[in-house]
Design a protein around this ligand. Structure first.
Ligand code: GUN
Length: 277
């Protein structure tokens, strides 16, 4: 039976370490969170991030904007936060309402305050192996692997999903850790042929039941990044957890695996931003 990779416990340890370090700083780190519209899932994510900040001794500044906010209004707020000395990190909760251009909004954030690491400057730095900030979800996965002494070097790593936020940067971080990486996606024929080779399998698609036990090699490390809701309304990942945990050596649960570590890595980035100032 697989070892369950406890992201929730690891995130708690990370927050406690950060809270300790904050007491040694001359000023409190600050995060500005911008939420446009009132999507309930986004509201929950934002309130969790604010709770995390409070636990670590960070200030957080919430900016709620109406769903019909114009691009000019949003860009004006970001411009003000870019020069506000109390603000070390700026996070614009995604997705934005359809009439707003996400790419333009992300590019308007000062790269040194881009704690999501979504700005092209930070993506470029990371892809060159000289990151300023690491993207939170892939870095959270790497932190889990490290905490459980799972060595990536020389391993066959298969990532399912090629998003800018998870799949692509996940592939880069695993490559930089000397894994041999294959990125699979919706146009990959015979997905199981690839997944069955994986020593480390990362699923980041958002489709319940995508990874079945017969697609996983005996003893593989299985990381489930997805957060789906099943027919009963409960959270689940892409991996058939109950069946796959009988095959894998290690597996992340959903919830309680990668999600809490994504939030913890955001805190790491805010601390990094504050210390660099
Ligand atoms: N929406 C879902 N995940 C994220 C995230 O990591 N950062 C931001 N800004 N928005 C999100």
């Amino acid at each position: 039976m697989a070892i369950i990779l406890d992201g929730k416990a690891l995130a708690e340890q990370t927050r406690q370490r950060i809270a300790q370090e904050v007491t040694t700083l001359s000023r409190q780190p600050g995060l500005a969170v911008i939420l446009v519209g009132d999507d309930p899932a986004s509201r929950l994510y934002v309130s969790n991030k604010e709770k995390d900040c409070a636990q670590c001794g960070f200030k957080s500044f919430e900016h709620r904007m109406a769903a019909d906010t114009t691009e000019a209004e949003l860009l004006a707020l970001i411009a003000e936060l870019n020069t506000n000395d109390d603000v070390d990190g700026i996070l614009v909760q995604l997705p934005l309402p359809k009439h707003l251009n996400e790419e333009m909004v992300i590019q308007s954030i000062a790269p040194e305050k881009d704690v999501d690491a979504f700005h092209p400057y930070n993506v470029g730095r990371m892809s060159q192996g000289k990151p300023v900030f690491l993207p939170c979800t892939p870095a959270g996965v790497m932190a889990i692997l490290k905490a459980y002494d799972i060595d990536v070097a020389g391993k066959d790593c298969v990532v399912i999903g090629r998003s800018n936020i998870v799949g692509k940067p996940m592939g880069m971080l695993l490559t930089q850790a000397n894994g041999t990486v294959t990125i699979c996606h919706s146009r990959t024929p015979n997905l199981a042929e690839y997944t069955k080779r994986a020593d480390i399998l990362v699923a980041a698609v958002g489709r319940e039941g995508l990874v079945r036990a017969d697609m996983v090699k005996e003893g593989a490390v299985v990381i489930d990044v997805a957060m789906n809701r099943n027919a009963a309304g409960k959270f689940c990942g892409d991996v058939d957890f109950e069946a796959v945990k009988a095959v894998a050596s290690h597996i992340t649960p959903v919830p309680g695996g990668v999600g809490p570590m994504t939030r913890a890595l955001l805190l790491e980035n805010i601390l990094t931003a504050a210390k660099r100032k």
